[in-house]
Design a protein around this ligand. Structure first.
Ligand code: GLU
Ligand code: MG
Length: 435
């Protein structure tokens, strides 16, 4: 970490780069329930904020999606939010505002063991230590609530109806320096998806957040409201937050040109096998809400089966060989946007590295619909089961560290209790506009 003086100097330079039109800087962090929480400072306070951090109560480690708290919450203590100035971005759809993700430190300047973004950073450093480059991207799906965006899935009618809105979104993302790969109307009524160019693990998580909040800011300017919740209607297709990953060594994609199935190298296969092995526990990070399990059911292409398959949209792990070796990647489809993206990516890397260390192999591929194969195992069908697998995972406890692991577990268990016995309609109503 940079010294306080260097951080202040960088903040002054970063504020200059933002130019005169910015009044406020938002410092954001994502809690264990996946909610992006923020504090903001006037731009003239940015250098001070970078130097000393901005105070934030540690109780947010225990916050649930509905702003109640797990019993582990303490009213005592303080943490410091330290903005990552390398990511400071002027917000195109919120004129006068800029945003930077924050890492959380103690008042003594030591990293907060419960900081999710620092955890992802540690896993990124572990990849680098192994000589691996990780390229990741999180797809962003959302549903416009209140009836906007009618028209068929992938339908031109839907795009025409919202063409100014979608154009403004493309513009805002471009102005913020993001590279959009695709945008389209998705399966559910009012649903859209945007995908972005891959980036390093922490940057991919930062980008997913920035994209989601840009979507929401553009929506608000158009009098619309966007839901990123896993489930928006009972029995309908939900919003995924699919994680795409490729692993590279020495400029070579480990998912292409190897001797394994579809060109997998042994190391690439072992990584994926490690992810597949840990998937029930990883669900507590990637599908973290009671609402996640209203989405994660067969027939909605949310990847509810613990298996892999080439281009298989019902498999949790979808292998995408691509048309060139650069494009080959794997998609973890069972995750959704309720996930804290730093926890999700960090957890997947930890599981993959363990797969490499243990030389794991993938089980046989599932080629058709896993529902017909007879042996494809369902992933946990409720949060309580995923939380139990997470509790039992020494691998994830070790990777996250005891404090972060137990904080996440406390939030999961508290949300299970909070929503126990509630009908799907009530769960959706309580969560649909929280992320
Ligand atoms: N919306 C689906 C989900 O919940 C994914 C549809 C797709 O893009 O394949 O994950
Ligand atoms: Mg999609």
């Amino acid at each position: 970490m940079l010294s306080r003086t260097e951080r202040a100097a960088r903040a002054r330079a970063a504020a200059d780069r933002l130019g005169p039109g910015v009044d406020g800087v938002i410092l954001g962090w994502v809690d264990n329930a996946g909610v992006h929480r923020v504090k903001a400072v006037p731009v003239e306070q940015l250098a001070h904020a970078a130097e000393w951090g901005v105070g934030a109560a540690p109780c947010f480690d225990a916050f649930l999606v509905d702003d109640s708290m797990a019993p582990t919450a303490s009213p005592v203590g303080d943490l410091r939010l330290v903005p990552d100035l390398s990511v400071l971005t002027g917000l195109a759809a919120q004129p006068g505002w800029a945003w930077a993700p924050a890492d959380r430190y103690g008042q003594d300047g030591e990293p907060h063991p419960g900081c999710q973004r620092l955890f992802a950073g540690r896993m990124a450093a572990e990849a680098a230590r192994r000589g691996l480059e990780v390229r990741a991207g999180i797809e962003v799906e959302w549903v416009l609530v209140d009836g906007a965006g009618a028209g068929p899935a992938y339908g031109m009618r839907r795009l025409i109806g919202l063409s100014d809105y979608l154009r403004d979104l493309l513009r805002a993302l471009r102005e913020q320096g993001l590279t959009v790969l695709q945008i389209h109307p998705e399966y559910a009524v009012g649903q859209f998806e945007v995908s972005l160019a891959p980036a390093g693990p922490v940057a991919a998580a930062d980008t997913a957040l920035l994209v989601r909040h840009t979507v929401q800011a553009v929506s608000v300017r158009h009098g619309l409201d966007a839901s990123f919740a896993p489930a928006v209607t009972v029995g309908g297709v939900g919003n995924g937050g699919h994680l795409h990953l490729s692993l590279w060594r020495g400029g070579r994609n480990l998912g292409a040109g190897g001797p394994g199935r579809y060109g997998l190298t042994a190391e690439g296969e072992a990584f994926l096998a490690g992810v597949l092995a840990e998937l029930p526990a990883l669900l507590a990070l990637g599908a973290p809400s009671v609402a996640s399990y209203l989405r994660l059911v067969p027939g909605r292409w949310s990847g509810p089966y613990r298996c892999w398959g080439r281009e298989n949209r019902e498999a949790a792990l979808r292998l995408i060989p691509g048309s060139t070796p650069e494009q080959a990647n794997a998609e973890v489809k069972c995750f959704d946007a309720a996930a804290n993206p730093y926890l999700m990516i960090g957890g997947v890397l930890a599981a993959g590295f363990a797969g490499i260390d243990r030389g794991l192999r993938l089980p046989p591929e599932v080629c058709g619909d896993p529902a017909d194969s007879g042996y494809a195992e369902r992933l946990p069908a409720e949060l309580a089961a995923a939380a139990a697998a997470f509790k039992a995972s020494d691998l994830l406890r070790e990777a996250l560290g005891e404090q972060l692991h137990s904080a996440v577990l406390a939030v999961r268990e508290a949300e299970v209790g909070r929503f126990a016995g509630r009908e799907p309609e009530e769960v959706i109503a309580a969560t649909r506009l929280r992320w």
